[in-house]
Design a binder for this molecule. Structure first.
Ligand SMILES: C[S@@+](CC[C@H](N)C(=O)[O-])C[C@H]1O[C@@H](n2cnc3c(N)ncnc32)[C@H](O)[C@@H]1O
Length: 265
């Protein structure tokens, strides 16, 4: 397999498990509000959620602060394409649960949403948020997106918001996403990528846990999705995040079901 999505050696002097340990530590602190997630053009929490056009009012007249305060996304994957009633949705790296709760509203009582995350503190916060919001059709599961605890072809839509950049092995994540999606199923992802090679200043473990150090060039990201089998792969939006880094929204389809991979009517 081509190696273009693997981070160049200078950028990855650490073992994958060491990176994951640091990522877990960072997002435990983000859940507990004892550390910030990442520098971003917008501040954290509510202001960032507002900037991305999230329809928070769908969650009720008074959304508890805990639902948005640990939000650590870099876009709004739900804005890529409408979810349909009855769909099964999987959110990779679901954090405190915001995207899951809104997705649950869109798929309605006949659909369901699974939030997958590897950090206990985030899962605990998401479950508590779910209880406060009184949402029934979401299940938060502990697991890693490199080995999703899901059956083959069991999911209609995969969402992910600023998470895949954190994976040391992105090819593995995309292959797993392809496996669990049904034919015609779609991946709708918001993430950070680089324009060209990763700036040298970002080749640190700290930058990695802040969603920057593991970012790969946009072309490599798209190529990895294609290599996993997705077709078409569409860059829906790309905007500047900081010099050399873009925030992107990508839509990718698992081929195979005639007429099912197209855009929602
Ligand atoms: C930057 S935060 C984004 C959280 C959420 N998507 C949001 O928009 O607020 C990254 C989340 O992904 C989780 N995560 C990171 N790597 C993961 C992996 N390999 N498998 C599962 N979850 C992971 C972290 O625990 C954290 O909750």
């Amino acid at each position: 397999m081509e190696n273009e999505t693997r981070v160049p050696e200078a950028a990855l002097p650490l073992a994958a498990e060491e990176i994951k340990r640091a990522v877990r530590e960072r997002y435990t602190q983000v859940a507990q509000r004892s550390a910030s997630c990442c520098e971003a053009p917008a501040p954290e929490g509510e202001a960032r959620v507002a900037q991305y056009g999230y329809e928070l009012d769908l969650l009720g007249p008074e959304v508890p602060a805990t639902v948005v305060e640990s939000f650590a996304g870099c876009g709004n994957p739900l804005a890529i394409e409408a979810l349909r009633p009855g769909e099964v949705v999987l959110d990779l790296g679901s954090g405190a649960g915001l995207d899951c709760f809104l997705a649950a509203h869109k798929v309605g009582p006949a659909g369901r949403v699974i939030g997958l995350d590897m950090t206990d503190a985030m899962l605990g916060k998401a479950r508590e948020n779910q209880r406060r919001l009184g949402i029934a059709n979401v299940l938060f599961c502990k697991g890693e997106m490199e080995a999703m605890p899901m059956a083959e072809a069991s999911v209609d839509v995969i969402l992910s918001n600023c998470v895949i950049n954190l994976a040391p092995d992105k090819d593995r994540v995309f292959c797993e996403a392809f496996r669990v999606l049904r034919p015609g199923g779609r991946l709708m992802v918001a993430d950070l990528v680089t324009e060209g090679e990763l700036p040298a200043a970002l080749r640190t473990l700290d930058a990695w846990t802040c969603c920057l150090g593991g970012a790969i060039p946009l072309e490599a990201y798209v190529a990895a999705l294609r290599r996993a089998g997705f077709d078409p792969v569409e860059v829906v939006e790309a905007t500047g995040w900081r010099p050399g880094v873009l925030s992107v929204k990508i839509r990718a389809i698992k081929p195979g079901a005639e007429g099912k991979g197209g855009k929602a009517a």
